[in-house]
Every structure is written in structure tokens, then in C-alpha cells.
Design a protein around this ligand. Structure first.
Ligand SMILES: Cc1cc2nc3c(=O)[nH]c(=O)nc-3n(C[C@H](O)[C@H](O)[C@H](O)COP(=O)(O)OP(=O)(O)OC[C@H]3O[C@@H](n4cnc5c(N)ncnc54)[C@H](O)[C@@H]3O)c2cc1C
Length: 344
């Protein structure tokens, strides 16, 4: 039977970052990915430009500002330098996988982990592999997380249309009647655009209390979408797990969305995945539980989710907050300060 010191389940940004750092630290690692290709993830590809050294060729678009809309107003907030960008998940996956292979780490595609026992797992119901450390980087429906007995109670159902048209500006839409405490987005890429929104599946955003069902939200979204674009489009949907319940369980670890490390308010998860992947790799290399990046992520996540719950608590507070957000952001100084706080 094969043995690896560390097995990583999932070749998303969390698993690939972790594998690269472990490979650079001369650790023996194997990455198992159920998909045929790497980077085949439903995602709008929006990222802030903070601390990421991505090569130009994989960045689709960069934005020196954002347009915020409510039912009544439209506010453009501009920044001196780009602070938001879009990436194609396929390109990001290929780029990250190349770096992982360069440090000598093997990534096995078409390898779904189907069973996990004490120090051994099964791939595709047939092949057994032994491990010392197991890292769950397997996203919102993580088998590693399930095996640890951790439930997922706080999640969003996010959906988007991919339209074959280049939009000019990156835009966010708040409209309490249509989306409740959630928002809709337009994230332009080079030759196509992601137009999407999400439904909070737990009580945090208070959607059911405000009479918003998933069906109604989708109907509202579709109607609004037609106002933005009336043509052929590809519909996609996926879960976003933001239910964090720990990441270090002895010789088992969770990173990225498997750990619930996503902002429950903005849905941003790529940066969270990358940063948590680095921290867990360093923990395995040094044996020290510093986790300084995860602590910072938890701070951002905490602030974002307190805001989500405040909006979801009370109909009046929600209406005022959702309706006045672009007004607050209109003031150049305050607007930029709040925007920076949301993305850092
Ligand atoms: C519609 C939508 C839009 C989004 N938009 C954005 C956005 O604009 N910006 C942003 O930052 N985030 C966005 N997100 C969230 C973001 O995509 C995730 O948070 C991020 O991809 C998490 O990275 P990860 O590496 O933890 O997991 P993933 O990217 O989900 O990777 C997990 C990997 O594990 C593999 N896997 C799963 N189970 C197994 C198994 N049993 N065996 C082997 N392999 C397995 C999967 O195939 C996958 O490749 C969006 C999500 C959705 C659904």
C-alpha cells in the first residue's frame, strides 16, 4: 500500500497553495483531485488586488473603482490604483498546478476520495493510500470535514449567468425588495461577464423572515438579469460554506472552504483559501501553531458576518443600511475607507 507523509484532498486554490509550500519545504505530499481538469470551479472570479503576486497573463481585468447601485441611485467610487480584479478559474488552476509540479509534488486528477479511515483513505472506491497528515481542501461539500463530524449550517447558494459580452464597469446592486439583505454583481472578464447573486440558506441574512424564498429570489434575479442583458447565457450555481468550526484537528486539517473560511457577507473565498493553505503548510513544516494569517482572516470574516447579521436582524435596519450604503460611500474619503475595510 502507498504511504505519503501528507495527503491533500482537493486541488483548488487552498490545496494547491498548501502543496506548493510543503513541496518547497521538502515534504512528501500527494494531491488528490476528483475532477478531470484543475480549476473547473463555478466562480465569478472576483478578487481584490491585496498581497497577490499573480502574473499579468492570468488576470482578466483590473478595476480602479466600483459602481454601487440601489433601487434609486448609482454611485461610482474610484481609487487611484486598481483594487479589484477578475481571474479565470481555469487559468488560475493551471498556473498554480504548474508551480506545484515544479517543486516536485504529484497531483493526481480523476482521483475522488471516497472513504476515510484512521490513517488510510480510499480513492475511487478501490485504491488505498496511507497517510500521516490529512488535509481537507475539498471545498464546500468536504468529505474530510464530514468525517470529522462537523456540520455545515451556515451557507449560501450562489448563482450566476455567464454572458458572452464584455461589460465596462464592475458593479454591485443592493435592492431590498429584490434581493433582501443579499446583493447582485456584475463582474466583467475579458470576453465574458459573470452576473450573479446568492441566497443565504441560514437565518443570518433573515431572508425567510422577510418573506424571501429561494424561488422568489431566483425569479426576482432573473427579471433583473433581463434588464442587464437579454441574450444567450449559461446558468451555474454552487454552495458557499462559511461555517467555520476549526482547522487543526491533530493530524487532520481543514483549509479554504472545507474549513468554512470564506466571508459570509461578500462570498470572497479565493484569497481565504490561499492564505489558510499557507498557514497549515507552515504548521506541518515547523510544528508551530502560529496561524497568523488564519487569525487575520477570522477578523475580516467576523466583521463581515456581524454586518450581515445586523442587516438580517431587522427589516427597518436592513432597509436603511441596504438603501444608504452607496450614499455613505459617495463621500470620497469615507467611501474609500469603507471599501478598503471590506476587501482587507
Ligand atoms: C457562484 C459562485 C461565485 C463565486 N465567486 C467568487 C468570487 O468572485 N471571488 C471569490 O474570491 N470567491 C468566489 N466564490 C467562492 C470561491 O469559489 C471559493 O471560496 C474558493 O474556490 C474556495 O477554494 P478551495 O480551494 O477551498 O475549494 P474549491 O475551489 O472548491 O476546490 C476544492 C477542490 O476539491 C475537489 N474535491 C472535492 N471533493 C473531493 C473528493 N472527495 N476527492 C478529491 N477531490 C475533491 C474539487 O473538485 C475541487 O477541485 C464563488 C463561489 C460560487 C459558488
Amino acid at each position: 500500500m502507498e504511504f505519503y507523509e501528507t495527503v491533500i484532498v482537493g486541488a483548488g486554490p487552498a490545496g494547491l497553495t498548501c502543496a506548493e509550500v510543503l513541496g518547497k519545504g521538502n515534504k512528501e505530499v500527494l494531491v488528490l483531485e476528483k475532477g478531470n481538469v484543475i480549476g473547473n470551479k463555478i466562480c465569478a472570479g472576483g478578487m481584490s488586488t491585496k498581497d497577490l503576486r499573480l502574473p499579468k497573463k492570468i488576470i482578466q481585468r483590473k478595476f480602479n473603482g466600483i459602481v454601487l447601485n440601489t433601487a434609486r441611485q448609482r454611485v461610482e467610487v474610484n481609487t487611484k490604483s486598481p483594487f479589484l480584479m477578475t481571474v479565470n478559474r481555469g487559468d488560475l488552476g493551471k498556473f498554480m498546478a504548474t508551480k506545484v509540479r515544479k517543486v516536485g509534488v504529484e497531483i493526481r486528477t480523476k482521483s475522488r476520495v471516497t472513504k476515510i479511515e484512521k490513517n488510510c483513505l480510499t480513492v475511487n472506491d478501490t485504491q488505498k493510500i496511507k497517510f500521516k497528515n490529512l488535509i481537507g481542501a475539498d471545498g464546500p461539500t468536504s468529505i474530510v470535514r464530514t468525517k470529522l463530524g462537523l456540520p455545515t449550517k451556515r451557507a449560501h447558494l450562489a448563482f450566476q449567468y455567464i454572458v458572452p459580452k464584455k461589460f465596462k464597469t464592475l458593479e454591485i446592486f443592493f435592492d431590498f425588495k429584490k434581493f433582501g439583505a443579499m446583493y447582485a454583481w456584475i463582474f466583467p472578464h475579458k470576453s465574458e461577464t459573470s452576473i450573479g447573486s446568492g441566497y443565504c440558506l441560514c437565518n443570518d441574512a433573515g431572508l425567510t423572515k422577510f418573506g424571501m424564498t429561494p424561488k422568489l429570489m431566483k425569479e426576482n434575479f432573473d427579471q433583473w438579469f433581463k434588464e442587464q442583458y437579454d441574450g444567450r447565457a449559461r446558468f451555474e450555481a454552487g454552495l458557499i460554506n462559511y461555517d467555520y468550526r476549526g482547522h487543526d484537528f491533530g493530524n487532520r486539517f481543514l483549509i479554504g472552504e472545507a474549513a468554512g473560511l470564506v466571508s459570509g457577507f461578500t462570498g470572497e473565498g479565493i484569497f481565504f483559501a490561499i492564505e489558510s493553505g499557507k498557514d497549515v503548510a507552515e504548521r506541518i513544516i515547523t510544528g508551530k501553531q502560529t496561524y497568523s494569517r488564519i487569525k487575520h482572516l477570522m477578523w475580516i470574516k467576523g466583521a463581515h458576518e456581524r454586518l450581515l447579521r445586523a442587516v438580517g436582524k431587522n427589516n427597518l435596519v436592513s432597509k436603511v443600511l441596504v438603501g444608504s450604503a452607496p450614499l455613505l460611500l459617495r463621500w470620497p474619503f469615507l467611501g474609500k475607507k469603507i471599501l478598503r475595510k471590506m476587501v482587507y
